[in-house]
Design a protein around this ligand. Structure first.
Ligand code: OSB
Ligand code: MG
Length: 370
């Protein structure tokens, strides 16, 4: 596949409601749409970096720089065979996984269009619908949280994840558990505790949670091992798992019992699949995380989550949970059994609405071979 040009769009998408985590509150979602042009076909990918370095050190600003000055020059005018070929070309660029993953997604989309194959088929997905849940941000009070959760349950989501942080943990989670004794419930701390402060959240262990996501530092695996020994509830790592090696270390150490896979965080779909394969071999459950994606990234997540090892519900919600208007023509809706259909068209199986794209674009850049 000869790469003729690459176009970047920096976007700002207004969220239907603010999303607050232990690292901050957002009212809109920035990201970068990456379009690659090859022999008359266009493939698109979403770089899930946000405006601020909260979840990841990468931002839309750093990703723009890495894409424009380092990744694009390696690819323009070149014949890129597949995702593995792409990964070997960018292997010497350290880190910057969110930037790399956006390009890999666009390559898959373009290859799928060339070969008339859906992403699900190319990745080896086996499900036509995936089990999903909803990730609920920090609310003003436990009472407001319970009402917010009620609204999502009524909409049909059968798994709820709530964000926690020190001071907003046991009270919030207990209120939800008391109001809804039987629901599938899990919490995500986004790295806000340490071995010195975790004891305040220890009562969470009595709430019959599916998992506790990323309680300790993002660069830590060892202390999670110590914490996991104190908890009955499985620890699930998100931020700490940046490569298949990290996944192996965490499992061999006993730092977690479950892994959240996000193609962005690990540097591309191919790397997410490598982690999936490793976990499947070892009988470790995985699930697909989300980054408040547009319809582009959502299509990619659905294809990934259709692989056999993704046995826990994904953080992939319907389009209307995030955006009143999206940049894809397709909108994703929730089925009554708390699933979302995996797209079936070639590549990602979505098309970009050019008018919506224009509306949310902050900056645009077209890159061509020298
Ligand atoms: O930690 O899983 C996270 C969103 C942005 C950054 C990090 C996280 C999240 C979510 C949202 O929890 C999941 C979704 O896209 O619905
Ligand atoms: Mg998380």
């Amino acid at each position: 596949m000869k790469l003729d040009s690459i176009t970047l769009h920096q976007l700002s998408m207004p969220l239907v409601s603010p999303f607050e985590t232990s690292f901050g509150r957002s009212v809109d979602r920035e990201c970068i749409l990456i379009s690659i042009q090859s022999e008359g076909l266009t493939g698109v990918g979403e770089c899930v970096a946000d405006r601020d370095p909260g979840y990841s050190y990468e931002t839309t600003g750093t990703a723009w720089h890495i894409l424009k000055d380092f990744i694009a020059p390696l690819l323009l005018g070149q014949n890129i065979k597949d995702a593995a070929d792409f990964q070997s070309r960018v292997a010497h660029i350290r880190g910057h996984h969110l930037a790399k993953a956006g390009v890999e997604m666009a390559i898959w989309d373009c290859l799928g269009k060339q070969q008339h194959r859906s992403l699900r088929e190319m990745l080896g997905g086996i499900h036509s619908r995936v089990q999903v849940g909803v990730s609920v941000g920090l609310q003003d009070s436990p009472a407001v949280l319970v009402e917010t959760v009620r609204k999502y349950l009524e909409a049909g989501y059968d798994r709820i994840k709530i964000k926690i942080k020190p001071g907003r943990d046991v009270g919030d989670a207990s209120a939800v558990r008391l109001a809804f004794p039987a629901i599938k419930l899990q919490v995500d701390a986004n790295s806000s505790y340490t071995l010195g402060t975790w004891e305040t959240m220890k009562p969470l262990d009595l709430l019959n949670l599916l998992l506790i996501e990323q309680p300790l530092n993002e660069d830590d695996i060892w202390d999670h091992r110590i914490l996991q020994k104190q908890l009955r509830t499985p620890i699930c790592l998100d931020e700490s798992i940046l490569t298949p090696r990290h996944a192996r270390y965490a499992l061999e150490m006993g730092a977690c019992k479950i892994i959240n896979i996000k193609a962005g965080r690990v540097g591309g779909l191919s790397q997410g699949i490598a982690i999936h394969d490793l976990c499947l071999q070892r009988n470790v459950p995985v699930w697909c995380g989300g980054m408040l994606e547009t319809g582009v990234g959502r299509a990619s997540n659905l294809a990934l989550a259709s692989l056999p090892g993704f046995i826990l519900p994904a953080d992939i919600s319907a389009s209307d949970r995030y955006y009143a208007e999206d940049i894809t023509r397709e909108r994703f809706t929730l089925n009554p059994d708390s699933t979302i259909d995996v797209p079936t068209g070639p590549g990602l199986g979505i098309s970009v609405d050019q008018n919506a794209l224009k509306k949310y674009t902050l900056a645009e850049l077209r890159l061509e071979p020298e």
